[in-house]
Design a binder for this molecule. Structure first.
Ligand code: PLP
Length: 396
């Protein structure tokens, strides 16, 4: 990448991912290399290719030109030294955790994690003896108090799901760093809006299935590393684990990412606008959007996410569980579906779907009520989304 390219803003750089020349000219779209195996002139050259994530391409599980373009583009987006792509966000998460943890290790993790990540920690505890302490994410003293000689990782998310709580990331990461503990931050909800490596994080995770891909047509995950040595260490495990990203999925993700800047701006603006209007609607008891003054993390969100707080927020319907279930069935432009970050507006009733395995007490601790609905705002015209939400609320 040239100095000129480095001087551009991330949302401009992402429109120009690294592409090799082909016979004297440079394709603007990243070419799709679907082949899984590459031939070599001699065994020495092939042997060299096995050594690390930057080696010559030889076998897809170890690397592929299209997948590497995606890895470089996301590493650049996050300001990391390198990245590895996986078949899903969970593929990236489990690869990182299995590479860095062993029996007897201790992890400090935010309490309100994505369900799949929470379940993975529970599994690691039950079957591998990896002990996990959960913290709220509000206070670095909680992290200091939880530290043990065996603590290896601090695991955080930039914005929690579905009530959009924003942890005190830089201070938490700082507390881990003082103790020599690595920090992993899942930045799925806030690409371009937050760059955890600039705040001291060692690894950034993306479910690229969401905003990076952005069109509800691809599943992919990435782990970005601040440090090249850590990248190499985890890459060796990634090759063994085999949760490799398919080149076509990498190609679709790269294509989607070129419009990331435009989409994120639209998601941010529409979500904040709709949250404000919903707060004034009589069928709504509460709105959980960190851009609104009443949200418990409003001040922190203004500080840590000054360019926008993302496209996902939650509302509590005054009519409780029945009203919430009726509402998610009554939307017409929006769809009832379990994802986020794409061009389409989606709604979800967490208590009966994504968070159904939580007890009532756990739901309350996560800030989820029986009438809570998550809204992942798409890029449709905000007036059309509002008209749809309003007609669905009118039927309650
Ligand atoms: N991290 C977060 C914050 C998520 O919301 C999700 C999925 O919803 C994941 C990770 C897992 O990603 P994937 O579904 O691509 O495996």
């Amino acid at each position: 990448m040239s100095d000129y390219h480095h001087g551009l803003r991330p949302e401009s750089r992402i429109v120009h991912p690294p592409v090799e020349e082909v016979a004297g000219s440079r394709p603007l779209g990243v070419p799709l290399h679907q082949g899984h195996v590459f031939a070599f002139p001699d065994s020495e050259a092939l042997a060299d290719a096995f050594t690390g994530p930057d080696g010559a391409f030889h076998y897809l599980r170890f690397g592929n030109p299209t997948v590497r373009s995606l890895e470089r583009a996301v590493a650049d987006l996050e300001g990391g030294s390198g990245a590895l792509a996986a078949a899903s966000g969970m593929g990236a998460i489990t690869t990182v955790l299995r590479a860095l943890l062993r029996s007897g290790d201790h992890v400090i993790a935010q309490r309100s994690l994505y369900g799949g990540t929470f379940a993975t920690f529970a599994d690691l505890a039950a079957r591998w003896g990896v002990d996990v302490s959960h913290v709220s994410g509000d206070d670095p003293e909680e992290v200091r108090a939880a530290l043990r000689p065996t603590t290896r990782l601090l695991y955080l998310e930039t914005v929690s799901n579905p009530t959009a709580r924003v942890p005190e990331l830089p201070a938490l990461i700082g507390a881990a760093r003082e103790a020599g503990v690595l920090s992993v931050v899942d930045n799925t909800f806030t690409p371009l809006l937050h760059r955890p490596i600039e705040h001291g994080a060692d690894i950034v995770i993306h479910s690229a299935t969401k905003y990076l891909g952005g069109h509800s047509d691809v599943m992919a995950g990435l782990a970005v590393f601040a440090d090249a040595e850590l990248h190499h260490r985890v890459w060796h495990h990634a090759v063994e684990q085999g949760a490799t990203l398919d080149p076509f999925a990498a190609w679709l993700t790269l294509r989607g990412m070129q419009t990331l800047g435009l989409r994120i701006r639209r998601h941010n603006e529409s979500a904040l606008d709709l949250a404000g209007r919903l707060a004034a609607h009589p069928a709504i008891a509460a709105v959980h959007h960190p851009g609104l003054p009443g949200h418990p993390d409003h001040e922190r969100a203004r500080r840590l996410l000054p360019d926008g707080q993302g496209g996902v927020f939650a509302v509590d319907l005054a009519g409780g569980r029945e009203a919430a279930r009726t509402f998610v069935g009554a939307v017409r432009l929006a769809s009832l579906a379990p994802s986020l970050g794409g061009v389409h507006t989606l709604v979800l009733h967490p208590a009966s779907t994504s968070h159904r395995q939580l007890s009532d007490d756990e739901l309350t601790a996560a800030g989820i009520g029986p009438g809570t609905v998550r809204i992942a705002v798409g890029i449709e015209h905000p007036e059309d989304i509002w008209a749809d939400l309003e007609q669905a609320l009118a039927g309650l």
